[in-house]
Design a protein. Structure first.
Length: 250
């Protein structure tokens, strides 16, 4: 059997953290919560559920996760966000694999819950993520948003059965607010990388993104929720390129 340390980063996640940690019972031998200054009950809930809470000022998504990995007692890391939780099927898959002995890096599908509805189209599912891995060969990138895992070498990936449940947004307004934040962060990254918001990207990018999500990726099968998701994502794309000067020809 290979023991697992679960790492979760938090900031004011009292509505999510309990569900996340409950899903880790009998899966992780150790649970670390890296908190960046919550002023709600996040830390109290986490401690009551047996997690070790470490306070650390916010230094970016990737940096927080890398720090958490460095504090782990065990070699294998299971990385979750506070608004995620293992489904029962995924819990069983991880436990069975752990009992047999972990040897690869492992991933699974992520299924989003949007305002109370599970979303299975529009490019949101299966949205496969690698989240179980040896800390020694992995590092999170320092991208300002949508950080990713980078591996030393070329490890074999095994895909496990079951879904990682992602409780993405509770309200449409929450989605709109997050989209604007992501647009600003994305524009900042483009500027740092020396990219410019070409006028044609600003003009046609949002339309293409909406069409891809709602029509080509069958988002319409998710009904009104699928339409809202595609619409808000298109707005995020439009705003990102406008913030990089996308209305100007370059």
């Amino acid at each position: 059997m290979t023991p697992i340390t679960a790492v979760v980063i938090t900031l004011n996640e009292e509505k999510n953290i309990g569900r996340c940690l409950d899903s880790l019972v009998d899966v992780a031998a150790e649970v670390l919560v890296i908190d960046s200054g919550s002023h709600d009950k996040t830390c109290q809930i986490a401690e009551a559920k047996g997690a070790r809470v470490i306070a650390r000022p916010w230094k970016g998504y990737g940096d927080q996760k890398n720090f958490g990995n460095s504090q782990a007692t065990h070699t294998y890391i299971l990385s979750l966000d506070a608004d995620e939780a293992l489904s029962d099927e995924l819990r069983s898959s991880i436990v069975a694999t752990r009992e047999a002995g972990l040897d690869d890096v492992y991933g699974f599908a992520r299924l989003a819950n949007y305002c109370g509805q599970w979303i299975r189209h529009g490019g949101w599912y299966p949205n496969r993520k690698i989240r179980l891995f040896p800390a020694a060969i992995a590092n999170w990138t320092d991208d300002p948003v949508h950080e990713a895992l980078s591996f030393h070498g070329d490890p074999r990936v095994t895909w496990l059965k079951g879904d990682l449940h992602h409780y993405s947004y509770y309200t449409v307004q929450e989605h709109r607010d997050r989209a604007e934040t992501y647009a600003r962060l994305g524009a900042e990254k483009m500027q740092r990388d020396g990219q410019s918001g070409l006028w044609w990207r600003s003009r046609f990018g949002p339309r293409l993104r909406f069409s891809k999500m709602f029509f080509w990726k069958l988002g319409f099968l998710d009904g009104a929720a699928g339409y809202r998701i595609a619409q808000i994502t298109a707005h995020e794309v439009r705003l990102k390129y406008r913030l990089t000067g996308g209305r100007q020809r370059t």
